[in-house]
Design a binder for this molecule. Structure first.
Ligand SMILES: Cc1cc2nc3c(=O)[nH]c(=O)nc-3n(C[C@H](O)[C@H](O)[C@H](O)COP(=O)(O)OP(=O)(O)OC[C@H]3O[C@@H](n4cnc5c(N)ncnc54)[C@H](O)[C@@H]3O)c2cc1C
Length: 490
């Protein structure tokens, strides 16, 4: 629904019109990548500079509207949703500084990782570790502690060296490990709750190639030898195929070997691995008992062989995540990896033994991340194993997943688990208050940065803020001096 313009002064209408996004259309509806969450913001704006963001913040406060910055809409939850003002950072794409001595780059917050790979390659730099895809923006990635894999490599929040954020009072803050340190430690993973991040400096390393080796391996072999497996390469992850004891173990190391890219076969990877698999999952909505056989068939035909390739690092880290999906991913202390996976296997097998039991899709993805010092990062002061479970949505159609999620979450929670912030989950304020050492400090900073609660949305109300605040609306505050001041600066 578009905002009701009736009664707005002309200068406000002009300001709004100057910030309409490239793809502006009436009645804009936000939809995340998986098409699992939608919302209808009253206004959808694309500011071009920090002064315009400050104007929007003050406008939101004056009118008692909530405000949300979005990245690439990839989060598989409603974390990016709002019924107030939504802003896209699509005009924040400049490179501001390159520091060759320390391999750092300062950029605006709206660049996607794909765009950054190109920019970094140009400057002879690379990210040290990235996740499965590169469509997300750098600000979305740090706001939710996006991670790749490697016990000596941290999540995106941990590579931020400094950042600028505009808070809920329209104040611009610069922070780093020496300036505004508390804000820095909180803002590096702040779920959009503290303000709008406009620019940031990222620690990179000189460009490198990776050599990846992917081999079939039995799940118990990996779990019985986890420490040595994790130490055997710089980056290690594995995918377990439910209903089997089979996994694919993926290891990657920096190399100076020449490129030898992964050869995709149209027949095996696209036609069979994507289209036919999606069709099989579509049919299995009517016959879920077929799922275990589908899993075994795909493992045998596509994954039961060793492959090796060498390519630019980001091309090796990324892979095809196929089609829309429900995902649930939790972080557990690394030492709990084996018991969690064994309990999960037990539960899946017990369900399999029941005629009408739950049937789950492959794979279960397992990754490892170094500890950091970011307040809300799941890796705060502890090395983490991330375990992700998936249920695909063939042709965007729904499939049952809630019983699977409930069983999985019960298991991970009993082993000290915490959800990936970007994913839908069932942990709430009291749970986090008990589990996150710096949760109280984060709340205090949130109160200071956003006393009018304009950055709250349903996700933050449900999971992050105390129940008293969660029931309140954005507080309208007349900011008469600020409005005219900011408009003059647009
Ligand atoms: C196919 C797929 C694969 C994925 N693979 C991985 C993976 O390997 N590893 C992993 O950890 N995650 C993964 N994810 C999750 C995804 O990377 C995260 O959801 C990421 O946050 C999305 O970034 P985005 O730019 O789309 O942000 P959005 O989803 O648009 O927003 C996410 C949050 O960031 C906030 N935000 C965005 N920009 C700003 C800003 N400028 N200032 C303040 N707040 C801001 C938003 O308000 C929101 O709270 C995957 C998701 C999908 C769909």
């Amino acid at each position: 629904m578009d905002f009701d313009f009736n009664g707005l002064p002309k200068q406000d209408i002009d300001a709004i019109n100057s910030m309409l996004p490239k793809d502006h259309k009436k009645n804009f509806v936000f939809e995340n990548w998986s098409k699992t969450f939608t919302c209808a913001p009253k206004l959808y704006l694309a500011p071009h500079n920090e002064n315009q963001i400050i104007w929007i913040v003050n406008f939101a406060r004056e009118h008692g509207l909530n405000l949300k910055a979005i990245g690439s809409k990839l989060s598989p939850s409603d974390i990016a949703c709002t019924d107030g003002i939504m802003i896209t950072m699509e005009n924040f794409k400049r490179v501001l500084h390159v520091d060759h001595v320390h391999s750092r780059i300062t950029v605006e917050a709206g660049l996607t990782l794909h765009e950054l790979h190109e920019i970094l390659t140009f400057w002879g730099l690379s990210f040290s570790s990235i996740g499965s895809v590169s469509e997300q923006t750098i600000s979305g990635a740090i706001s939710t502690a996006v991670h790749g894999t490697g016990i000596n490599y941290g999540c995106f929040s941990s590579i931020v060296k400094d950042l600028c954020i505009i808070d809920g009072l329209g104040r611009r803050h610069y922070c780093s490990s020496v300036a505004n340190k508390d804000l820095f430690d909180a803002a590096r993973c702040s779920l959009g709750a503290l303000g709008i991040i406009t620019q940031l400096t990222l620690q990179c390393e000189p460009s490198f190639r990776l050599k990846a080796v992917q081999v079939p391996k039995k799940l118990d072999d990996i779990l019985d030898n986890l420490s040595s497996t994790l130490a055997s390469a710089e980056h290690v992850r594995f995918w377990w195929f439910p209903y089997t004891d089979d996994t694919v173990l993926w290891k990657a190391n920096r190399t100076i070997e020449p490129k030898n890219p992964l050869k995709e076969s149209f027949l095996t990877d696209k036609l069979y691995g994507f289209h036919y698999y999606q069709f099989q999952l579509f049919l299995s909505r009517m016959a879920p008992n077929r799922i275990p056989a589908i899993t075994k068939e795909h493992y045998k035909n596509r994954f039961n062989k060793k492959i090796e390739w060498v390519d630019d690092s980001h091309k090796v880290f990324n892979f095809d995540c196929l089609f829309p999906q429900y995902v649930d991913e939790w972080a557990i202390p690394i030492e709990n990896t084996a018991p969690v996976l064994r309990y999960l296997r037990k539960w899946i097998n017990e369900e399999h033994a029941k005629k009408d039991g739950v049937r789950v899709h492959f794979p279960v993805e397992v990754r490892f991340v170094q500890e950091d010092d970011v307040w809300l990062s799941p890796c705060y002061k502890q090395a983490i194993c991330y375990i992700g479970v998936i249920m695909y949505r063939p042709y965007h159609l729904p499939v049952p997943y809630k019983k699977y999620w409930k069983a999985y979450e019960d298991i991970v929670r009993s082993f000290g688990g915490r959800p990936h912030w970007a994913k839908a989950h069932q942990m709430y304020y009291d749970d986090f208050a008990e589990q996150i050492p710096k949760f109280g400090e984060f709340q205090a900073l949130r109160n200071a940065c956003d006393p009018n609660n304009i950055f709250l949305n349903d996700y933050l109300k449900r999971h992050i803020v105390p129940p008293g605040i969660a029931n309140s609306k954005a507080i309208s505050a007349k900011a008469d001096t600020l409005t005219s001041y900011q408009i003059s600066k647009l």
